[in-house]
Design a protein around this ligand. Structure first.
Ligand SMILES: Nc1ncnc2c1ncn2[C@@H]1O[C@H](COP(=O)(O)OP(=O)(O)OP(=O)(O)O)[C@@H](O)[C@H]1O
Ligand SMILES: [Mg+2]
Length: 286
């Protein structure tokens, strides 16, 4: 089950003559459990378009998607099926303004469980649990989502998806605009969801340090298609041409250990996951 795309192309204006595809000929498989995937690539490469195919928010212009056993293709328009997909695959948008629409923060996070048929009190309980997980306290519950800062909106929209209790959680640039501490907390929460609850977590990011520390699998989007799908180690070790062509940064640990190796003639592993690991490695050598 999970998510499967078969030769999918997507155009925002398919009827226009000589239409350009925002995404071209993409195939991939994502398991519904235990995956931790980073999607990377430069601005405009097609990352947001790609993830919006994961929960039928967008329908392939060509090819087909299959999400949790339901086929999504152009000719099929029965919307009721797609709602059940959204219970399994939760997507947090890049821009939270598109995600928040209720009058209060609490109602907003309660929306999905209410929609999935929970009674009001149960929905409230689920919403409060989700808000607690992301660190939003009671003083926010009755605020309008539109009075919140950009970062706070992002965090509330993440709570909104957690409250859907999906198997697969997809986050479009979840840490953009967050302060360093909140950023760290949020990504640690994704790790807990993945490692302890066995959820599949997919996140788009421009931060290669987060990729190196948290992702197990990396998908590189460039030129509106998938250029790489595999481990981060293999990407940064053996596919530097792809990294360069896709205008992707290197993780800090990669650059620092490369410099140390060259300047001090050492042989430190360039694929250490965090600065802490790198420091340990350096001290071990002394
Ligand atoms: N609503 C839209 N209508 C028309 N074209 C669009 C629309 N949204 C995106 N596009 C185009 O589709 C292409 C891919 O956009 P997408 O938003 O998927 O990129 P992205 O990789 O998520 O970029 P970023 O890192 O800036 O978020 C871009 O060329 C963009 O101009
Ligand atoms: Mg985007």
């Amino acid at each position: 089950m999970g998510i499967s795309l078969k030769e999918v192309s997507y155009s925002y204006n398919p009827k226009r003559k000589g239409t350009k595809y925002a995404l071209k000929n993409v195939s991939l498989e994502i398991n519904e459990r235990d995956e931790m995937i980073a999607i990377i690539g430069e601005s405009g490469s097609g990352k947001s378009t790609l993830v919006s195919l994961f929960n039928a928010l967008k329908i392939p212009t060509l090819g087909e998607a299959n999400v949790m056993g339901i086929t999504i293709k152009k000719i099929r328009k029965r919307k009721e099926n797609y709602n059940s997909i959204r219970k399994h695959v939760g997507l947090v948008f890049q821009f939270s303004d598109y995600q928040l629409f209720e009058e209060t923060v609490l109602n907003d996070v309660m929306f999905a469980p209410m929609n999935f048929g929970y009674k009001k009190e149960e929905a409230k309980e689920i919403a409060i649990k989700a808000l607690n997980l992301v660190g939003i306290d009671e003083s926010f519950y009755e605020k309008s989502p539109f009075q919140l800062s950009g970062g706070e909106k992002k965090i509330v929209s993440i709570a909104g998806i957690l409250a859907m209790e999906p198997d697969i959680l997809v986050f479009d640039e979840p840490t953009a605009g967050l302060d360093p501490e909140t950023k760290k907390k949020m990504i640690e929460l994704f790790r807990v969801l993945n490692r302890d609850l066995h959820k599949t977590v997919v996140f788009i990011t421009h931060d290669m340090n987060i990729v190196m520390e948290y992702a197990k699998r990396v998908i590189v989007v460039a030129d509106r298609t998938i250029k790489y799908d595999g481990t981060k180690e293999e990407l940064f070790l053996n596919h530097l041409d792809i990294v360069k062509d896709a205008h992707i940064d290197y993780p800090d640990t990669f650059i620092i250990s490369k410099m140390i190796n060259e300047k001090l003639n050492k042989n430190i592993n360039q694929l250490l996951e965090s600065k802490e690991e790198l420091l340990e490695e350096l001290l071990k050598d002394e």
